[in-house]
Ligand binder design. Structure first.
Ligand SMILES: C[S@@+](CC[C@H](N)C(=O)[O-])C[C@H]1O[C@@H](n2cnc3c(N)ncnc32)[C@H](O)[C@@H]1O
Length: 243
């Protein structure tokens, strides 16, 4: 099953969203993952997007495989992370037939999987790709961060592109909807594209029990600001799970 929702957004995500991201993510992953990994360890980064974190991990000497369901996202990943092996695959179904020292799924990609049974499938796939004692690290948005998404509304314009992102949170369904209006100048004509991306808020307890259901035997939860001391990661909750 292809996951191509992100295709029309890939250009904008690559251009406007990811600049400081790998630097901050490296700080978070240092105590959660890198400190316990052997040199040259093999890492599978699912929902790798435009490959910025894959590039950061490859620069540290890890052997990185990035997987994403969006071909457009992967085309940017190929430029950003030329050292990584890249694979088009849905997180719920990925089956590479081999195992890694670690699996990551970063920048609230799990929130993009809006059905709990699909999250369990993705967790099961992460589990299946881990060697014994391997670690699975992912992060999600807290409910407060989800509810405050509207306060982070964003717009940007350049000579040949423009984007407006406005978000709202529905407490009942626990869905944050990001309404994206995008313009691209193509052969002298401005082309408009509208897209809504949804993210589902999951409680810590739900995620821990879904991890157990998927075969993980242990989980540690860390808060991006209080535990990891990364101010702009306030409201970002990290999970480290092991087989
Ligand atoms: C918020 S972006 C994060 C990208 C990257 N991890 C980062 O840190 O920049 C979410 C990514 O997850 C991918 N994605 C969402 N659901 C997916 C699924 N079911 N299978 C594969 N990729 C998926 C999207 O295509 C997108 O690239």
């Amino acid at each position: 099953m292809a996951y191509d929702v992100y295709d029309s957004f890939a250009f904008f995500y690559n251009k406007y969203w990811t600049a400081a991201a790998p630097f901050l993510m490296e700080k978070a992953l240092e105590p959660l993952l890198f400190s316990g990994l052997p040199e040259g360890a093999e890492i599978l980064d699912i929902c790798c997007g435009t490959g910025n974190n894959a590039a950061m991990m490859a620069k540290r000497g890890y052997k990185v495989t990035g997987a994403d369901g969006s071909r457009a996202m992967l085309s940017y990943a190929a430029a950003n992370a030329p050292e990584a092996e890249l694979i088009e695959a849905d997180a719920r179904e990925i089956d590479l037939g081999r195992q890694f020292d670690a699996v990551t799924c970063l920048f609230d990609s799990i929130n993009h999987i809006t059905r709990p049974d699909d999250v369990i499938k993705a967790f099961g796939r992460a589990h299946a790709h881990l060697k014994d004692n391997g670690l699975f690290v992912f992060d999600v948005n807290s409910e407060r961060a989800s509810a405050e998404a509207g306060e982070r509304d964003f717009s940007a314009a350049d000579e040949r592109d423009a984007i407006i992102s406005s978000a709202g949170y529905d407490k009942k369904s626990r869905l944050t909807s990001y309404h994206l209006t995008m313009f691209m100048l193509e052969e002298g004509t401005w082309k408009r594209n509208d897209l809504t991306i949804e993210e589902k808020y999951y409680t810590e307890q739900e995620l821990v029990s879904m991890l157990h259901l998927s075969g993980f035997s242990g989980v540690r939860v860390s808060e991006g600001w209080e535990d990891l001391e990364i101010e702009s990661f306030e409201g970002r909750i990290f999970f480290t799970a092991w087989k």
